[in-house]
Design a protein around this ligand. Structure first.
Ligand code: FAD
Length: 239
C-alpha cells in the first residue's frame, strides 16, 4: 500500500518537502491553516533563478501549483493534534477531519504544539519554540520530521525550501521507495552507457524535452502581478 505523508505547513519548507515526496510516489497531503510568513515580504530578491526578484505571493502561488502538479493534496485546516497509533499517526484538524499518516513533516512555523503528545527536544527562542532535529530533519520520534524555520533553520526562503527538500528526501529514504535521485536526464545518458536508469531518474527524448520546455515557458508567461504584501498584524491601519 502507498505510504502517506502529512506535511503541516504550506510555506516554502512544507511545499518543497511535499513536492519531493509526491514526486517519489508517496501520497502527500499539505495541511495549511493560513498564510506563510513570506506573504509579508515586499519583493523577494535573494531566491536563485529570478534575476530581478519576484513578488513573494507569485512565488508562493507558483510553488503551490508545482506541488499540485506533482499530485499533492491540500487541506485548508489547522492541525491541532498528531497522535501515535500502532502503525503510524492520526492527524486531527480544526475542520474536524481526521486522517492517518505514516510520516509527519512539521513545517509549521511558528507552531508545533500539535506534537505535544510526543517527547521532542525543543529550543525556546523568546515567545517561539523550535523543534530539535538531526542533520536530516528527523526529530526524536520515529516518523516525525521538521523542516524550515520551525526546525531552527535560518530565516530565508531558499534555506527553508532547501531544508524542505532535505527532509523530503529523508522521508523517502525512510519509506519503501528505493534509493532516489529525482533527475530528468536526456535520452541515452544512462542507457547509452549500458546502465539502468536509476530509481527516481527519467530519460526523455528530444521531442518530449521540447514539449516540457514549452510548457515551462507558458507557465512562466502566465504569471501575473499578485497581491500586495500582508502587513504585520501589530501595525495600525490608517484607513
Ligand atoms: C516581512 C518579511 C520579509 C521577508 N523577506 C524575505 C526575503 O526577502 N528573502 C528571504 O529569503 N526571506 C524573507 N523572509 C523570510 C521568509 O519568509 C521565511 O524564512 C520563510 O517563509 C520560512 O519558511 P517556512 O516554510 O519555514 O515557514 P512559513 O513560510 O512561515 O510557513 C509556515 C506555514 O505553516 C502554517 N501553519 C502553522 N501552524 C500550523 C498548523 N498548526 N496547522 C496547519 N498549518 C500551520 C502557517 O500558516 C504557514 O503557512 C521574510 C519574512 C518577513 C516576515
Amino acid at each position: 500500500m502507498t505510504e502517506h505523508v502529512a506535511v503541516v505547513g504550506g510555506g516554502p519548507a512544507g511545499l518543497t518537502a511535499a513536492i519531493y515526496t509526491a514526486r517519489a510516489g508517496l501520497d502527500t497531503t499539505v495541511y495549511d491553516a493560513g498564510e506563510p510568513i513570506l506573504a509579508r515580504n515586499a519583493h523577494l530578491e535573494n531566491v536563485p533563478g529570478f534575476p530581478a526578484g519576484v513578488n513573494a505571493r507569485t512565488f508562493l502561488d507558483a510553488t503551490r501549483q508545482q506541488a499540485e502538479n506533482a499530485g499533492v493534496e491540500f487541506v485548508e485546516a489547522r492541525v491541532e493534534r498528531v497522535a501515535g497509533t500502532d502503525d503510524g499517526f492520526v492527524v486531527e484538524t480544526d475542520a474536524a477531519a481526521t486522517d492517518t499518516a505514516d510520516f509527519v513533516v512539521a513545517a509549521s512555523w511558528p507552531d508545533s504544539s500539535y506534537l505535544d503528545d510526543f517527547e521532542l527536544s525543543r529550543i525556546d527562542r523568546g515567545s517561539k519554540t523550535m523543534l530539535g532535529v538531526d542533520e536530516f530533519g528527523r526529530t526524536d520520534r520515529d516518523g516525525v520530521y521538521a523542516a524550515g524555520r520551525v526546525a531552527r533553520q535560518s530565516h530565508q526562503t531558499v534555506v527553508a525550501a532547501g531544508h524542505g527538500a532535505t527532509v523530503g528526501l529523508t522521508v523517502i529514504d525512510d519509506s519503501d521507495v528505493p534509493h532516489y535521485h529525482d533527475w530528468v536526464a536526456p535520452e541515452g545518458y544512462f542507457t547509452g552507457r549500458d546502465r539502468d536508469v536509476p530509481p527516481g531518474c527519467e530519460e526523455i527524448g528530444e521531442a518530449e524535452r521540447r514539449e516540457r520546455e514549452q510548457a515551462s515557458l507558458d507557465a512562466l508567461a502566465a504569471l501575473s502581478p499578485a497581491d500586495p504584501p500582508t502587513m504585520h498584524p501589530s501595525v495600525e491601519d490608517d484607513d
